[in-house]
Design a protein around this ligand. Sequence first.
Ligand SMILES: Cc1ncc(COP(=O)(O)O)c(C=O)c1O
Length: 375
Amino acid sequence: MKSPVAKSRFIDFKSLLRKGILETRPYTPGKPISEVERELGITDIVKLASNENPEGPMAAAVKAVQEAAVDLNRYPDAACHELTSALAAKLNISNDSLILGNGSNEIIDMLIRALISPGENVVFPYPSFIVYPLTTAVHFECGKKVQLDSEDRHDFEAMADAVDEKTKMVIVCNPNNPTGTYNTSFEFSKFMERIPDNVVVLVDEAYYEYVVADDYPDVASMLSQYPNIVIARTFSKIYSLAGLRVGYAFGHPNLIKELHKTREPFNVNSLAQVAAIACLKLDDEVKARADHNKTWMDELAKELTNLGLEVTPSQTNFLLVRCPCNATELQQKLLKLGVIVRPMNAFGLGDGAIRISVGLPEENRKCIEALKQIM
Ligand SMILES: Cc1ncc(COP(=O)(O)O)c(C=O)c1O
């Protein structure tokens, strides 16, 4: 029997909700493979839409998850003690400088909830990670967008100009999603000189392990000079644990201590904790994955450029591709050929751009062949 809920008396919930909620659309992820298969009645689909790691989870992580599964009746370790110690040792920081989250998404949320009161604001780059406008919108509409510059990079001068007496936090996404671009060490240092001490600077380094540029900022080494910096990273990308949801942030212990008050009691599940610990021991494997990514990103960029598409140089595991056509139509055509990519209109990049994540060799070849067929 269907639930009687829908038939019960009418309540105008919209009148109860905050403005920021009403005006925000929920986060729309890239379509899962199963959904596209069902919709189009085709199989053999490749998904290059969510910047995931195409290589499966590392064997040691799977083994750790299997072993931990027998204890699923127990709550996880709320303090993530073992993972915190292992990660802090790797980062060469004290345990109390580090906080784990249900993905680094939760860390962004924790900071906003901890810092922002009504009327205060968060400055962030745009177009950038789609969660920044969403999360700030639902939290007192506190977001203050600053357009990227003409090279699709952060406009640090404009971001510093946007900081006012009501600004509590600035978000830097480096490298930036969805453009793949980065800002240099020199630029970041200059930017920090302009940011007051009482403004927290969240540096989102979700793609940190993929970066190869020599002049990429070593923000971790600047934490003692700038105690207002917090760095967020994730196990979702290079470590192939997107499905388990585990990310982290590190910064000054006095701020990290306060963030613990904003998290859910058991925010990182027990399987995520053991899998992340297992991954931390696998430096060679991580390096191999980063190398594979670089090789195929270069190859993809070359092939797409040969097809007449404009590819933005990237320091991540995805490429922003501008097309001389409607991006949503291109995405639909690629879907019919079994390739899922992400059109960029929802990200604020207009209707002439798609984002393609680097896949396995055969997935990349399929994508290139499909684009050749369409173009
Ligand atoms: C820039 C950026 N930050 C944060 C995240 C969130 O990662 P997580 O899976 O750790 O929540 C992503 C995910 O795509 C991202 O692109």
